[in-house]
Design a protein around this ligand. Sequence first.
Ligand code: B12
Length: 425
Amino acid sequence: MLSLLIISLVAFASGEPCDTESYNSELLLSLTKNLLRSVDTQDGVPNPSVHLALRLSNHHNLAKENEHLNRLKNNLHSDLQNSLSSSQSVTGLLALYTLALKSSCYDLNTITFTVGEKSQTLLTHLKNQMEQEKEHIVFSHRPLTNYYQYSLGVLALCVTGIRVNNHVSNKLIKAVEHEHFKHGDSESIDTYAMAGMALQCVKDSGSHVQNASELDTALAKIKENLLAAQRTDGHIGNEFSTGLAIQALLAMGNQVEECAASMVALRTDARSNKYHNPMAISQILPALQQKSYLTVKNKNCLNEDDTLVLEPIEPVEVLPSETKVAVTVEVVTSNGAAVVYTVGVPKGSSLLAALDLLKGKNADFTFETESSLWGPFLSVVNGEQARQSDRRYWHLSSDGSALTEGIGDFKIEVAQKITIKNTSY
Ligand code: B12
C-alpha cells in the first residue's frame, strides 16, 4: 500500500500529469502500427515476441497477423527444426513460439518437429528442453541457457495448460531464493519479471501443492525486488526492463495505475522514440495496455477488433551527417591486453556503422556478429570469440558506463571512448 502511494506521489512529482485517455490511445495506436510495420521490414526469422505483443494489443489487423503467423509456422519453425536437429538449446525461442501460437488460439498439438526419425509435438520438445535445463542446474548450478529463458519455458508450458514438473518449478523457486538472476555482473530485473509471471501462473494453476509456502515466499521476494528496483525517475531497473517489470507486477496482482510513475516513465520514453527496436516495443506494449503475458492463458480470439490500417509512409532518405565525431575504440581481450583505435564517424551513426568504418580503415581490427531477436550481437572481435558456452561475452561500455543498447541501436552523437571487453558472467 505504501509503495503504491509512493509510486503515485512520484508520478505526480515528476511533473507530467496523468495523460488524457485520448492522448494515451494515440500513443498505443502508433506503437502497435510501428510493431506491425516491423514484421515486413525486419530481416531474419519472424519474431515470435512481436507476434505475441500484436495479439495482446487492443488493435488488430487480422489479415497481417495471420500472414505473420504463417511465416512463424514456416520460417521460424524450420529454423527451430534445424537447431533441434543439431542438439542446440533453444528453450527461450521454443517458449516464445509456443506463446505466439497460443496467443493466436492455434491448436498446439498439431505442431510437430521431426528430429532424426522421430516426430514429437512442440510442447514435448519444450518439456524435454526444460528437463535438460533442470539437469544442468543440478550439476552446474545454472541452466544451459539462462534463467530468463528457463522462466519463459515454465511460463509457456503453464499458460498452455501443461502441468509443470514440480522439480522444474522448484529450481526456479530456489534460484529466486538464492538471488541467482544476473545480467553480466548486475541484477537482472528482466529475469525477476519473467520468473514472476511464470511462478504466478504455476500458483494459479494449483499444481504446485507440495511446496506452496516456498512458492509464495518466492513470489513475495520477486515483488519486493521489483519494487525496490524502482528508480526516482520511475523506471524499474532500466528503460528496457520496465515494461516486463510492470507486466510482472500486474500478473502478481499489484495495481499499476495509468498514472503510476513506471507507466509515466514508459510513455515518456515511448514518446521520445526510445523504443524503436521491435523487440523493445514488443515487451512494453502489453504493459502499456495493462496486460501481461499471463493474459494469453485465457485468450479466446473471439470478436476481435480489425480496424488497424497501415497508411503507406513515404520512405525518407537519411543522408549521413556532415559533422564527424571522433570515437576511440578500446578492445580488451581475455588475457587483459588492450588495443586502442580511433575513427571519425558521421554524427548519429550506429556503433555497428562505426565499427564497420573502423574495420574498413584498419586491417588490424575485425569483428563478427550473430543475429538475435534484439538485432546483431557482437560475438567475435579481432579473431577472439567470447563464447556463451564459456559464459563469456563482449561487454560494451562508453566512457566507463555500460551501454543499455547493443551495437545496432546505440548511436554515436558525441566524441567518446567505447570499450569492448571480453568479460565472464
Ligand atoms: C541473458 C541476457 C544476456 C546474456 C546472454 C547470454 C546468455 N546465454 O545468457 C549476456 C550477459 C551475454 C548479455 C549481454 C548483453 N546484453 Co543482454 N540480456 C539478456 C536477457 C536477460 C535475456 C535474453 C534472452 O535469453 N532472451 C530470450 C531469447 C529467446 O531471445 P534471443 O534474442 O534469442 O536471446 C539472445 C539475444 O537476446 C542475446 N542477447 C542478450 N543480450 C543482448 C543484447 C543485445 C543488444 C543483443 C543484440 C543481443 C542480446 O543473447 C540471448 C541468448 O543467446 C535480456 C532481457 C530481455 N528483456 O530480453 C537482456 C537484454 C537483451 N540485454 C541487454 C543489453 C544492453 C546487453 C549488452 C549490450 C550489455 C552490455 N553493456 O554489454 C550485452 C550485449 C553485448 C554484445 N556482445 O553485443 C538489454 C538490451 C536493450 C536494448 N535496447 O538493446 C536487455 C533487454 C536487458 C536490459 N533490460 O537492459 N545479455
